[in-house]
Design a protein around this ligand. Structure first.
Ligand SMILES: CC(C)(COP(=O)(O)OP(=O)(O)OC[C@H]1O[C@@H](n2cnc3c(N)ncnc32)[C@H](O)[C@@H]1OP(=O)(O)O)[C@@H](O)C(=O)NCCC(=O)NCCS
Length: 398
């Protein structure tokens, strides 16, 4: 078999994330404008990239309707000012949409078909509420192919608490609180802001600029969390404090073959090592990243102890805890989501995968002693996705 072409992550940016709904900062902003804004930000920050050398633009969204429909990759490429010769498409794997655009573009680069590609995602959960107009085949329920619970993500998280009683509400709440605290600390240290593309927004009070993630709750306490409602089940354990909130936002990344990056003088933030997706029972979809990580590690010839940094999507605290317990990692391990995660920042479904990569890439710069890092996330209807990355700044020092 021919050698693989090496795939590198050149850069990634995102919009600040907004709270979904009428009071959110993006209520009057179109979903496609969010992804276009992020793409323009990415291209402006990488002026050495000739637009006509981009071989593909792949943009994910879970709900592909209205301002989030119409083959987003193509429409966003035109609206962002790329030459009309650049093709594009839209893709859906629910929460792992952007992660799948990255793995798909990477596959084409790896085969030598593409030199440069743009991969990302958008979800405006305010304008496109989860599951709106979905029409699941009645056979799913009638033939007991999946439990009715499997279609409500919050209930799947309650099911994980049932399955793993050691994953208590107290542990989930503490993880949620820590996420808020870590994001606040990362903001205070100026670590998140460099990769945010400000977005002009319109509200009743006129024009403004979105510059930060809107849903942060740095004042979170365990006492405050203990009193929150459990919307998915009476006396349940999943609350607004240990779940990712409904969010609007877009992310985008630039991938290249290592040779093209060198030819154009582009920086390399991460090298792709392996990726994998895996399926699990839909009613416990949150454990999906466990088998996808095992597959990706196997493909890479690595073990979990080779991974020095983890960026795990916090769809729900319990679901991240199930991953950590499985691999014998502490709830509070300093190399897991060091700058917090989706519980605080938000989780605009199809865009979140690239946010994980943006943060991991920055952490690689700060940690030249770490060689490998991992981005992973769970996916509705029972899937997980994992991409393993190598740190180009690795010095081998301990
Ligand atoms: C959990 C969920 C239902 C909560 O929705 P919501 O009720 O609209 O959320 P809110 O932000 O209004 O929070 C609810 C309450 O908790 C409070 N709250 C939320 N986070 C808090 C925190 N960290 N500390 C203290 N209070 C908090 C809010 O202030 C609010 O209080 P109020 O009712 O007195 O106004 C919603 O965020 C959700 O569905 N999340 C999961 C999304 C999902 O499934 N994604 C896909 C994953 S696969």
């Amino acid at each position: 078999m021919a050698e693989r072409t090496e795939v590198v992550f050149v850069d990634g940016v995102r919009t600040p994330f907004g709270r979904a709904g009428e009071k959110g900062q993006y209520w009057n902003t179109r979903a496609d404008d969010l992804i276009v804004k992020a793409m323009i930000g990415l291209l402006e920050r990488n002026p050495k990239v000739p637009g006509d050398r981009i071989d593909e633009v792949a943009i994910a969204a879970t709900t592909q309707q209205g301002d989030q429909g119409l083959t987003l990759g193509r429409t966003a490429a035109i609206l962002a000012g790329l030459p009309l010769s650049v093709p594009g498409y839209a893709l859906d794997r629910m929460c792992a949409g952007a992660m799948t655009t990255v793995s798909t573009i990477a596959g084409a680069i790896s085969m030598g078909m593409y030199d440069l590609g743009i991969a990302g995602g958008v979800e405006h959960m305010g304008r496109h509420p989860m599951g709106l107009d979905a029409d699941p085949n009645p056979r799913f329920i009638a033939e007991k192919l999946v439990s009715p619970d499997a279609l409500n993500m919050g209930i799947t998280a309650e099911r994980l608490h049932d399955r793993f009683p050691q994953l208590t509400k107290e542990r989930a709440d503490r993880f949620g609180m820590r996420s808020q605290q870590k994001v606040a600390a990362a903001y205070a240290a100026g670590k998140i802001q460099p990769d945010l593309v400000p977005v002009a927004i319109r509200s009743e009070s006129g024009w403004g600029l979105a510059t930060t993630d809107e849903g942060l709750r740095p004042e979170t306490t365990m006492e405050g969390l203990a009193g929150l409602k459990t919307p998915f089940r009476p006396h349940g354990r999943v609350t607004a404090g240990n779940a990712s909130p409904l969010t609007d936002g877009a992310t985008v990344s630039l991938l290249a073959s290592a040779d093209t990056a060198a030819e154009l003088g582009l920086g390399v933030k991460m090298r792709m090592v392996s990726f994998a997706f895996a399926g699990v029972a839909p009613e416990v979809m949150g454990i999906g990243p466990i088998p996808s990580t095992e597959k990706a590690l196997k493909k890479a010839g690595l073990s979990i102890t080779d991974i020095g940094l983890f960026e795990l999507n916090e769809a729900f605290a319990v679901q991240v805890l199930s991953f950590l317990d499985h691999f014998g990692i502490d709830d509070d391990a300093p190399n897991v989501n060091p700058w917090g995660g989706a519980i605080a920042i938000g989780h605009p479904l199809a865009s979140s995968g690239v946010r994980l990569m943006i943060q991991l890439a920055r952490q690689f710069e700060e940690h030249p002693e770490v060689r490998f890092g991992l981005t992973a996330m769970c996916v509705g209807l029972g899937q997980g996705g994992t991409i393993i990355w190598e740190n180009p700044h690795y010095t081998g020092a301990k």
